[in-house]
Design a protein around this ligand. Structure first.
Ligand code: ADP
Ligand code: GLC
Length: 482
């Protein structure tokens, strides 16, 4: 089976969040069940530097300039890189400029990604045509619309929603520049509240929709989580599937992880102390044995980081230390940084993005805090499970689906892997941290929970099999239609 994927980020080439991890790991997992994936990605500078290949197509004008399509291999991934310097060769973020503002031509940048994907689906490349197109998030979601409205009307497609909060909404005036037929500007096309909606268009046009956990698949059918798209999603409920993400268990393996001060497995949890000591050094924390909580996160409202900032005094009063790595919202960064001088030795904050330090945190902290207001899947709690860094999470989306709360029944039955609280709210967060600290006092109980967490299946095996089954079902149904 041949699958054409499209994504705006892919680990290890470019990453701002979990989407990159998923886009980078899923093709490798699918390959193990005989599915070949080729992935269309923007030719950002980092991608052009890492993925050298050969030109397989060219355009004189692709949304404002000349472009080439380069077939390349990097990190075991087969890529189609959209080499369009006028769109992607620039300094700054993937989606925002150096001052944090969205690039004004984002609609062209990601319409280009989508359009190229649709053209490949339509036969642009001699000798390689996919059986199915699988696109991720709003940046690639226009591809199914391009396909349906001309480029490859019969091609099967899946849109995966990693976060419904990001929808790719633009004013109606851009429609003329998209190169879609006039009829596409309609209620069942790309029109969205009077403007153009990239994600909306994809959700409408795709053969099936998936999102990254069963709970989030239910949540987005409600006005509270649907972000204006719940009506459309409900209308397509029969084609909606929730498949929880896996993680790359080689990249994230405490036995071999090169970012750790000490490697360990479930039988050598004591070695984690050396990682904890390294963290105390990195974050200027007291090198005592009090519970060490980690946070690795975008610092945003979605992630409940404002609630965390409000809770720090109480967390410290309860006896824990906190080491936080993240970046994002300037106001939240400020509040978190302000807690450091208030709690010298107890709270350490590192603003920035640091892949290596994120591994050390998982390998040395006792618990990882994820107080999200909503969380489509969440990966940091999965890394936490794998590393015996016990997740303390809000009960939403994929967090609800992947962590077993240590209530009395679960502790008795020996199946708890972490702690959940009902909602991202200070009282509940602090009470749950206190509950975790109480269990932590019983070193044996804590170690049992760590070993159980480390045994949880967080690999891609089960989830990739679910994607493979969905692919096969869609193709099977398609073959049956006359
Ligand atoms: P989201 O994609 O919504 O940000 P996820 O939990 O799915 O949330 O994925 C976040 C990914 O980004 C994880 O791999 C996490 O380890 C990583 N990450 C987030 N912030 C940082 C940071 N400041 N430094 C290093 N890695 C980070
Ligand atoms: C999004 C979501 C996150 C999810 C990730 C990968 O960034 O916010 O919950 O884990 O995508 O699917």
């Amino acid at each position: 089976m041949r699958v054409l994927a499209a994504t705006s980020e892919i680990y290890p080439l470019v990453k701002t969040g979990g989407l990159a991890d998923v886009a980078g790991a899923l093709p490798l997992a699918l390959a193990r069940s005989g599915i070949e994936t080729r992935t269309v990605v923007p030719g950002y500078r980092a991608v052009m530097a890492a993925a050298r290949g050969r030109k397989v197509a060219a355009w004189e004008h692709l949304f404002g300039g000349p472009a080439r399509l380069v077939a390349a291999e990097a990190a075991g991934l087969q890529l189609y890189v959209v080499d369009a310097p006028h769109l992607f060769d620039r300094q700054g973020g993937l989606y925002v400029d150096a001052s944090g503002q969205d690039w004004p031509d984002n609609w062209q940048r990601f319409a280009a990604l989508s359009r190229v994907t649709a053209e490949i689906a339509g036969g642009l490349i001699k000798g390689w045509r996919p059986d199915l197109v699988h696109v991720h998030d709003w940046q690639a979601a226009l591809a199914p619309a391009y396909m349906r409205h001309g480029a490859a009307p019969a091609m099967l497609s899946i849109v995966t929603v990693h976060n419904l909060a990001f929808q790719g909404r633009f004013p109606a005036a851009i429609f003329a520049g998209l190169g879609l037929p006039d009829a596409a500007f309609s209620l069942d096309g790309v029109e969205y509240y009077g403007g153009v909606g990239f994600l909306k268009a994809g959700l409408q046009a795709a053969s099936a929709i998936t999102t990254v956990s069963p709970t989030y698949a239910q949540e987005i059918r409600t006005p509270e989580f649907g972000m204006g798209l719940d009506g459309l999603i409900n209308a397509r409920a029969a084609d909606l599937h929730g498949i929880v993400n896996g993680i790359d268990t080689e990249e994230w393996n405490p036995k071999t992880d090169r970012h750790l001060a000490a490697n360990y497995g479930p039988g050598r949890l004591g070695a984690r102390n050396r990682n904890a000591a390294a963290l105390a050094g990195e974050f200027d924390l007291d090198a005592d044995h009090s519970p060490l909580l980690a946070v690795i996160s975008r610092l945003t409202w979605q992630k409940g980081m404002d609630v965390l900032a409000e809770s720090i005094d109480a967390i410290v009063a309860a006896g824990a230390r906190l080491a936080l790595l993240g970046s994002g919202d300037a106001a939240i960064e400020g509040e978190l940084l302000a807690a450091v001088p208030r709690h010298r030795g107890r709270v350490g904050v590192r603003i920035g993005y640091d892949e290596a330090l994120s591994h050390l945190l998982q390998g040395g902290a006792d618990a990882i805090l994820v107080p999200s207001r909503f969380e489509p899947c969440g990966l940091t709690q999965l890394y936490g499970l794998r590393y015996g860094c016990i997740p303390i999470v809000a009960r939403t989306g994929g967090l609800a689906d992947t962590v077993v709360d240590a209530n009395h029944a679960a502790l008795d039955a020996g199946c708890a892997t972490g702690f959940q609280f009902a909602a991202a709210e200070r009282g509940q967060l602090v009470a749950t941290v206190a509950r975790a600290i109480a269990v932590h006092r019983d070193a044996g109980a804590w170690a049992r929970m760590q070993r159980r967490a480390m045994k949880a299946d967080v690999s891609w095996d089960k989830s990739a099999a679910q994607y493979a089954e969905l692919y096969r079902r869609l193709i099977g149904e398609n073959d049956k239609t006359p």
